[in-house]
Design a protein around this ligand. Structure first.
Ligand SMILES: NC(=O)C1=CN([C@@H]2O[C@H](COP(=O)(O)OP(=O)(O)OC[C@H]3O[C@@H](n4cnc5c(N)ncnc54)[C@H](O)[C@@H]3O)[C@@H](O)[C@H]2O)C=CC1
Ligand SMILES: O=C(O)C1=NCCCC1
Length: 343
C-alpha cells in the first residue's frame, strides 16, 4: 500500500485532473476520490460476503460475454534489478458498472529477506466520467480473495468426506487460506510445513485453531485430502508420488511461466482446473512446462458447462484475476460508503 503522503498526493492530483477534465467538458463537478486504508479494508471484508460475489464473478468471466466482463490477461513488467514484477490488472464489468485496476508488485525474494513478497493497490473508477472514485489497499483484498477462490475450488472439487488439510508455506497467503478453510469447512486435522521450524512456530502462534507441525512437505501431504501450496518457490515443492488419489490441490504460488510448485507427475495425472485458461497458458510454469491439459475454468464448473471431477485427483491452478479484485473493491467501497453515510 502507498505511504500516507504518497496516497494523499496521488488523490489530490487525481481530483485535480478529474475535476478539470470533467469540468471543462460538461461544466460538472465530480466527487474527490476516497482513500481506504489497509485496516479499514480488513474491517469491512468478510468471507461470507466475498465468496458469493466471487462465485458470480468467476461464472461471468467464463461466459466470455463482454457486457459482463472485459478482463485481459494482466500486463507484466519485469523489475529485473529487484527480482520482481509489476502486474497491471484492469477489469470492466459493464452490466455491474464496475471499472477497476490493481497494481501489484511481486518478488522472488531471497531466503531470509524481510522485504514483502507482494504489494498491491486497487483503484476504482467511475466508468462514465473516468474519474477515480477510490484508491484502496490491495493487500488485504489480494490475501482474502485469493484464499476465497481456493476455498471455492475446494467446495467444488474436494472429495465429500475430506478430513485432512495440508498447507505448504507459512506466509500471508498461508494465513488467509487457513482462516477461510477453517471458517467454511470442518477439517479434523490441519497440517502445516515451511522451510524452517521457526516459520512454522510463528504461523502456529498467529492462528487461533489447532495445527499439526510437519518437518517435511512429504509428511504434511501424505494422506491429505486437500493440499494448498502457497510458497515463493520456483521449483516443485509438491510431488505426485506423495499425493493421495482423489485429493484436491489448490496451487497458488508459481505465477510465472518458468516457476514451479508442482511436479510433472502430479500435473499430468490430475484433472487440471484454472481461474483463467489464457492466464494459465501465458503465466503458469506448472501448466506450460509440464504440458498438462487444462480441463476447465472454475467458472465453467459454476456455470454447469464442465464437470467437477471430485472422484479424481484435481489441481486448481490459481493465477489471480482482475475480476476478483474488482468485485472485492466494489464490496469494500459500498460498505465504506454505507458506513460513512451512517456516521
Ligand atoms: N494466485 C494468486 O492469485 C496469488 C498468488 N500469490 C503468490 O503466492 C505465493 C505466496 O505469497 P505470500 O504468502 O504473499 O508470500 P509470503 O512471502 O508471505 O510467503 C511465502 C512463503 O513461501 C515460503 N518459501 C519461500 N521460498 C520457498 C521455497 N523455495 N520453498 C518452499 N517454501 C518457500 C516462505 O517461507 C513463506 O512461508 C507467492 O508466490 C505469490 O506470488 C500471491 C497472491 C495472489
Ligand atoms: O493476482 C494477484 O494479485 C497476484 N497474482 C500472482 C502473483 C502475485 C499477485
Amino acid at each position: 500500500m502507498l505511504s500516507d503522503e504518497a496516497a494523499v498526493s496521488l488523490g489530490v492530483r487525481a481530483v485535480n485532473a478529474a475535476v478539470s477534465s470533467v469540468g471543462q467538458a460538461e461544466g460538472a463537478m465530480v466527487e474527490p476520490p476516497v482513500i481506504i486504508w489497509e485496516h479499514e479494508v480488513g474491517s469491512l471484508l468478510r468471507y461470507g460476503d466475498l465468496i458469493p460475489r466471487l462465485e458470480d464473478a468467476l461464472g461471468k468471466f467464463s461466459r466470455r460475454d463482454s457486457a459482463e466482463v472485459i478482463q485481459p490477461v494482466r500486463t507484466v513488467v519485469p523489475l529485473q534489478k529487484h527480482g520482481g514484477f509489476l502486474g497491471l490488472m484492469p477489469t470492466y464489468m459493464e452490466n455491474d458498472g464496475v471499472l477497476c485496476t490493481k497494481f501489484v508488485c511481486f518478488y522472488k525474494r531471497e531466503e531470509g529477506s524481510t522485504l514483502p513478497a507482494v504489494q498491491a493497490t486497487v483503484v476504482l473508477l467511475d466508468p462514465e466520467y473516468g474519474n477515480i472514485k477510490a484508491v484502496m489497499d490491495g493487500e488485504v483484498i489480494t490475501d482474502m480473495r485469493t484464499a476465497a477462490v481456493s476455498a471455492i475450488s475446494a467446495k467444488l472439487l474436494m472429495s465429500p468426506g475430506a478430513e485432512v488439510l495440508a498447507i505448504l508455506g507459512t506466509g500471508k497467503q498461508a494465513l488467509s487460506h487457513y482462516n477461510v478453510f477453517t471458517e467454511i469447512f470442518s477439517f479434523k486435522e490441519v497440517r502445516v510445513w515451511s522451510q524452517t521450524k521457526e516459520r512454522v512456530e510463528r504461523f502456529v502462534r498467529s492462528v487461533e485453531g489447532p495445527v499439526r507441525r510437519c518437518s517435511s512437505a512429504e509428511e504434511a501431504v501424505r494422506g491429505a485430502d486437500v493440499i494448498v501450496t502457497v510458497t515463493r518457490s520456483t521449483e516443485p515443492v509438491l510431488y505426485g508420488q506423495w499425493v493421495k488419489a482423489g485429493a484436491h490441490v489448490a496451487a497458488v504460488g508459481a505465477c510465472r511461466p518458468d516457476w514451479r510448485e508442482l511436479d510433472d507427475m502430479l500435473m499430468k495425472s490430475a484433472v487440471v482446473y484454472t481461474d483463467s485458461r489464457e492466464g494459465a497458458l501465458s503465466e503458469s510454469g506448472d501448466v506450460i512446462l509440464s504440458g498438462a491439459e487444462v480441463f476447465a475454468e472454475l467458472g465453467d464448473v459454476i456455470n454447469g458447462t464442465k464437470s467437477a471431477q471430485r472422484e479424481k485427483t484435481t489441481v486448481f491452478k490459481s493465477l489471480g484475476m482482475g475480476v476478483e479484485d474488482a468485485v472485492s473493491a466494489k464490496l469494500v467501497f459500498d460498505q465504506w460508503t454505507a458506513k460513512a453515510t451512517k456516521s
